[in-house]
Design a protein around this ligand. Sequence first.
Ligand SMILES: [Fe+2]
Ligand SMILES: [Fe+2]
Length: 496
Amino acid sequence: MTKSLQPGMVVARDILGPTPAAVLKRGIRLTQSYIDFLDRKGYIGVYVSDSFSEDVDIQEVVDQQLVREGLEAVQKRNIGDILGVATNIVADIYKQDNISVDLFDLRSYDDYTYHHSVNVGVYCASVGKKLGLTEEEMVYLATAAICHDLGKSRVSEAIIKKAGKLTDEEYEEIKKHSQYSFDILHEDPSVPPVVLQAVIMHHEDEDGRGYPFGKKGEDIPLFAKIIHAMDVYDALTSKRPYKEPFAPSEAIEYINNNKGILFDKKVVAAVNEVIPAYPPGIDVTLSNGEEALVLAHTFHAMRPKIKILETSKVVDLSVDQEYKDIDIVASDIMPQDFAEEVERLNEERNHIRNRKYTVMIVDDEKFSRLVTKEALWGRGYRIIEAGSGKEAIEYIKENRSPDLVLMDIQMPGMDGVKTTKKMRELDEELPIIFLTAHADVDTVVRCKSVDAMDYILKPAGPEYLRKRVDYAFFKIEEHKIRNRLLNETVDANPID
Ligand SMILES: [Fe+2]
Ligand SMILES: [Fe+2]
């Protein structure tokens, strides 16, 4: 299970060590210097053995030495080496009967691009296998997956690493990276067209709103669809300068919610079978209050096999009738600094009681609402949640308007922009901030058309989100003061 590390704990899974020779092998006892190293590298969790985790079957999907070779090949942009690594990764995955991939414990947030490339390669090969690809096809898929972002090396580092919101121009610049990846690979005559095609289209969306071509569903090649889904999964679960990592369960929920919009339905089904939302070895809390340990992945991503800690009873949540209405509500893989942040905010909340603004969060994704809510903790805001546009409008009709609305754009039924239009019919001055995973020009233009106060890219880090909301209230206050002054001026100097 992932825990705060103490010297003497035993590593349950291999971890990449400080030098190529030093893979921290399963079974090794942690020393303080290893722990310091892991801390520095930004590992957000490590599997350690204890008496409870004996029943947990933790397997290595690919050899960690191979992962290291992959990182080096990507760093050097050596296509021959990448192909070699892809072949070996596929060989590892191909021979396994039941693959359940979880790289969560191995995640480190420096060298993001290299880790990201190799991770996406492993994920894609696994999903490809589930979809019935041949070993040769899997090698091409893994190669394309490892190479998908090579072109980012041609985009200015200042833009790639920028922590705040990108300008339209900067975003246009970033969007060129899939073309650049294609160009780099195209220079090498040994790279087959199927790889080139997958690389250039890895940001195409099912609904035709992706880039660079805006192709829809059937017109997007399967390899590109797989890379697209796993690219987003890995980006969400990674720590980035502008955001905290999402838990695997949140990323899986996000992918499922965007089925048919961003991602292909068949690909999503395969992802659900291969990538566990709750990896074996982690602790979870159930909606009935019981604590449990995850033992194994099942065909249902969100419902693993678990062991109840108090009774030691083993329950397969994917089939157990007694537990059919009970869900997992929390897990211990929330990164530590994030948990500390929440704690700090909780304390702060007790001190701030004078601000009574009401913030409404409109989002169809429960986890997304939770993340936003957590970010706003401690600010003394009264939070109202709405799971759909309809719900939000009904609330406004029955109660008074909130002081600020945080609006998701992509929602089934009535989307955020349409909901905003309806809300404005009821309250024309209602301040709205859009939260979206899409930053394409089209979306920006639609948001501007309804006069949004701000526009925040999801997933946003709690600090960033809080700052934007605080700033919004500053603007709202300023607006009120100006209006008051203006009215006073008009009253004092009647225009006749
Ligand atoms: Fe990309
Ligand atoms: Fe990527």
